[in-house]
Design a protein around this ligand. Structure first.
Ligand code: PMP
Length: 372
């Protein structure tokens, strides 16, 4: 299998599967229980919290586990919704941000302008912040096209206008891949997820700077286990997630992935006509490469590739069936809209896999273009 859909989700590390399985067997008590068995589990959760905190340079009491980035994003947006509050965001957000905003009652939701690669217009950001702005929410690494925003600079702009504005980033495609040092980035709140970094699904979290803690409201009420998200903790998944994060750091596959990305870019440039690379070359995550091929329907190509056990994505899995909202926001020429394919890499991919991919892509694109 050639799995090039790692931005949708990843294969768990074998080591992490073993760790989670072992945990399920040994530490099945409820970490909220008062007995020593429960406390053993609580200590494991504490260890996981410390691992995540040290990875992002925060205190461990600023880490809250959730069911994933969707929940984390919803917690933050819901906390600030209100008829007197304004928020600023971008057209490049994941649906868990856009949809949460659309279903909220903010006085106004402003969108910061972006260029054709998705980079934000920082002057526009500055101009759009006003006295009623309470929240700015920005995607750190864009999940369809890989664009990395200059979070540090954005934070400086926001804070120079009003330090009480809460600055939230969605770091789902960034954690474990590029620096997510919250102090260096200058963010108040950050969402992240486990299953994008070879950890289990259904687990993720939020970093909340202690000084903003009292401004965040729970999304789920109950036992207040993680304050903002009640429910019995999924301790095995939490622990496995932390171990996946630790491993992703140890494995240091960034340069390997960057090489794969450049190799595929070059191969496509050498061999193909009528294509456009939608991912920027600089300030982009090498884990994602989005390319549009003229005169093809990406869904047709995707299904042809799957017959060879090659798995890619057309746009993002979360916008299944719809014209990509993200590509529309990039002013992409209509001729490139239908044929966008997202290749997203992991350490499992070898150069010879990309050679086969390019061979198949060439063959199928020729075939499709003959028919249409
Ligand atoms: N934000 C971004 C940028 C994502 O890529 C995703 C996953 N597609 C999410 C949020 C949602 O994450 P989760 O699956 O953990 O809810």
């Amino acid at each position: 299998m050639i799995y090039l859909d790692n931005a949708a989700t990843t294969r768990m590390y074998d080591e992490v599967i073993d760790i989670e399985k072992d945990f399920e067997k040994k530490y099945f008590a409820n970490p909220s229980a008062l007995h020593s068995f429960g406390m053993d589990v609580e200590n494991k959760v504490k260890e996981a919290r410390e691992i995540v905190a040290s990875n992002i340079n925060s205190n461990s009491n600023e880490i809250y586990f959730t069911k994933g980035a969707t929940e984390s994003n919803n917690i933050i947006i819901n906390s600030f919704a209100g008829v007197n509050n304004k928020a600023l965001t971008t057209k490049l957000e994941h649906s868990s941000v856009i949809d949460a905003f659309e279903n909220s009652n903010f006085k106004k939701i402003g969108f910061i302008n972006n260029d054709e690669f998705g980079f934000l217009d920082l002057k526009d950001l500055e101009e759009k912040i006003d006295k009623e702005t309470k929240l700015v929410s920005i995607i750190y690494v864009q999940n369809e096209i890989s664009t990395i925003q200059n979070i540090k600079k954005i934070s400086e702009i926001i804070k120079s206008k009003n330090k009480d504005i809460l600055f939230h980033i969605d770091a789902t495609q960034a954690l474990g891949k590029i620096s997510c040092d919250v102090k260096d980035l200058g963010v108040d709140v950050m969402s992240f997820s486990s299953h994008k970094i070879h950890g289990p699904k259904g687990i993720g979290g939020l970093y909340i700077n202690n000084s903003f803690k009292n401004k965040i409201k729970p999304l789920l009420y109950g036992g207040r286990q993680e304050i903002f998200s009640s429910g019995t903790l999924n301790a095995p998944a939490i622990y496995a997630f932390a171990k996946a994060l630790e491993l992703s750091k140890e494995k240091e596959d960034y340069s390997y992935i960057k090489n794969l990305n450049l190799y595929l870019r070059n191969k496509i440039s050498d061999k193909f006509k009528g294509y456009k690379i939608n991912s920027p070359l600089e300030n982009s995550s090498p884990y994602i490469l989005n390319i549009s091929f003229e005169k093809i329907k990406s869904e047709v190509l995707l299904h042809m590739l799957e017959s060879d056990n090659i798995f890619v994505s057309s746009g993002s899995a979360c916008s299944k069936g719809n014209n990509s909202r993200i590509l529309s926001a990039l002013y992409l020429d209509k001729k490139y809209m239908d044929g966008a394919i997202r290749f997203s890499f992991s350490h499992d991919i070898k150069i010879k896999d990309l050679d086969l991919l390019v061979e198949k892509l060439y063959e199928y694109i020729e075939d499709i273009r003959k028919v249409f």
